[in-house]
Design a binder for this molecule. Structure first.
Ligand code: ARG
Length: 416
C-alpha cells in the first residue's frame, strides 16, 4: 500500500445487529480501516455468526473476547460488597458491564495501534458516557467516534427505516426476526428493556418480555433453599440445601444463582430512573442472581458490622452506586470508595441461608465467626452483662433535647 495513504484504524464495538452493522459500513465508506470488537459478557449471542457478518461487511479483523470471569470478579463482586443499587433499586447490570467491556476494547485498540474507537450508543443515554469516560481514562490519546452524535450520521439515519434502506442498498444482511418493540441490553448479570412501547411509563410490560426469569405466579410451588457463604463480603460458596449442589468458582456460583433466581422469578423491577445526562427514563430489569446475593450480603453486614461503621459504609455504598451508574469506574474517587468499602468487609464472613420462592428472597438464618451478635446480651430470659437501670438514665439524657424542644414550641403556640 505504498502509494496509498495508510488508513485510519478504528476499533468498533460491534454486536452484529442492524445498528452496528450500518455503522461498520458507514465507517468503511468514510475511509476507515475497521476492527470489530465483541465482548462476551454472558449475553446469549451467536458469536460466530457475528464474526462471519463482520467479515462479509468488510471488517479487517474481528476480535471476540470472553470477559465473563473478570466481569464477575472485578465488577459484580465489588458491587455486591457495596450493596450496589442505583436510586435504591437498580442493581446496575448494564452500568457494571460497560467499564469491563471498555477496558477490554481499549486493550485491543492499543494492540492494534488504532487511534480511534467507535460505538453505537445513542446520544441520549448513560452508555455513551460510561464507554467514553472509561476509554479516555485508560487511553489518554484515544479519539472516540460516536456516530449517533454526528450530524452527518443522525440527519442521514433518522430512524430504523433509514437504517433498513441503507442496509438494503449496501447489502447488509437484514435481521431475520422481527425486532422486539423495545431495546434490550443483556449480559450475565441482567437484561434491561427500555424505549419503544415502554416509553409510556403507564404501559405494563407484556408477559413475553421477560427472558431470564419465570413469572413469579408461574414459579414452582416448592421453594429452593440456598446457603450462601461469604468471605470478606464476597460470595465464596453456594450450597443448594435440597439437592446438595455446590458452587465455589465465582463465575459458576453467579451463574447458579441466576439459574435458581430465574426459576423462581426473582429480581424483576420496573422503574423510572434519573439518567446522568439529566432526563428520566423508564426501564424494566431482571437481575435474578444479583438480587439473591445482594439480599444475603445486606443481611450478613448488619450481623457483622458495628452500627456506626455500617452507617458510614452505607454512605459510601450510595457514592459507589452513583459513581458506577455515571460511568466513573476508573476515577480516583471510585478507586478510593472501593478501597474503603473493601476495608469495611474484613469481618463480613459467614453464611446466610435463604429461601427463594415465587419472586422473593426470604432470609431464614445466618451464622458468622465474627458476628457482633451476643445472644446472652440481647436475651429476654437472661440478664447478661447488662444493668437494666442504666437504660433509664440513657433514655432521660436522650430525652433532654427533645423535651426542651417540645416545651419551647408549646410555650410559643400558647402565647399566640
Ligand atoms: N438504564 C439502564 C442504565 O443506564 C440500562 C441501559 C440499557 N442500555 C441499553 N443500551 N439498552 O444502566
Amino acid at each position: 500500500m505504498s502509494a496509498e495513504v495508510e488508513k485510519k484504524k478504528v476499533v468498533l464495538a460491534y454486536s452484529g445487529g442492524l445498528d452496528t452493522s450500518c455503522i461498520l459500513v458507514w465507517l468503511l465508506e468514510n475511509g476507515y480501516d475497521v476492527v470489530t470488537f465483541l465482548a462476551d459478557v454472558g449475553q446469549s449471542e451467536d458469536f460466530e455468526a457475528a464474526r462471519a457478518k463482520a467479515a462479509i461487511l468488510g471488517a479487517s479483523k474481528m476480535v471476540i473476547q470472553d470477559v465473563k470471569t473478570e466481569f464477575v470478579e472485578e465488577f459484580i463482586w465489588p458491587s455486591i460488597r457495596a450493596n450496589g443499587l442505583y436510586e435504591d433499586r437498580y442493581p446496575m447490570g448494564t452500568a457494571l458491564a460497560r467499564p469491563c467491556i471498555a477496558r477490554a476494547m481499549i486493550k485491543v485498540a492499543k494492540e492494534e495501534g488504532a487511534k480511534y474507537v467507535a460505538h453505537g450508543a445513542t446520544g441520549k443515554g448513560n452508555d455513551q458516557i460510561r464507554f467514553e469516560l472509561s476509554a479516555y481514562a485508560l487511553h489518554s490519546t484515544i479519539e472516540v467516534i460516536s456516530p449517533w452524535r454526528l450530524p452527518e450520521f443522525y440527519t442521514r439515519f433518522k430512524g430504523r427505516n433509514d437504517l433498513f434502506e441503507y442496509a438494503k442498498e449496501k447489502g447488509i444482511p437484514l435481521p431475520v426476526t422481527q425486532k422486539d418493540p423495545w431495546s434490550i441490553d443483556a449480559n450475565l448479570m441482567h437484561i434491561s428493556y427500555e424505549s419503544g412501547i415502554l416509553e409510556d411509563p403507564q404501559t405494563h410490560a407484556p408477559k413475553k418480555l421477560y427472558v431470564m426469569t419465570t413469572h413469579p405466579e408461574d414459579a414452582p410451588d416448592v421453594p429452593t433453599v440456598l446457603e450462601i457463604e461469604f468471605q470478606k463480603g464476597l460470595p465464596v460458596k453456594v450450597v443448594n440445601k435440597d439437592d446438595g449442589t455446590t458452587k465455589t468458582k465465582a463465575l459458576d456460583l453467579f451463574i447458579y444463582c441466576n439459574e435458581i433466581g430465574g426459576k423462581h422469578g426473582v429480581g424483576r423491577i420496573d422503574i423510572v430512573e434519573n439518567r446522568f445526562i439529566g432526563m428520566k427514563s423508564r426501564g424494566i430489569y431482571e437481575t435474578p442472581g444479583g438480587t439473591i446475593l445482594l439480599s444475603a450480603h445486606m443481611d450478613l453486614e448488619v450481623f457483622t458490622l458495628d452500627r456506626e461503621l455500617r452507617k458510614i459504609k452505607r454512605k459510601l455504598d450510595a457514592e459507589f452506586a452513583e459513581q458506577v451508574y455515571r460511568g466513573f469506574w476508573f476515577s480516583p474517587e471510585a478507586e478510593y470508595t472501593r478501597r474503603c468499602i473493601a476495608l469495611s468487609q474484613d469481618h463480613v464472613d459467614g453464611t446466610v441461608t435463604v429461601k427463594v420462592y415465587k419472586g422473593g428472597v426470604y432470609i431464614l438464618g445466618r451464622a458468622s465467626p465474627h458476628s457482633l451478635y451476643n445472644a446472652e446480651l440481647v436475651s429476654m430470659n437472661v440478664q447478661g452483662d447488662y444493668e437494666p437501670t442504666d437504660a433509664g438514665g440513657f433514655i432521660k439524657i436522650n430525652a433532654l433535647r427533645i423535651r426542651e424542644y417540645q416545651r419551647l414550641r408549646a410555650s410559643e403556640t400558647s402565647g399566640k
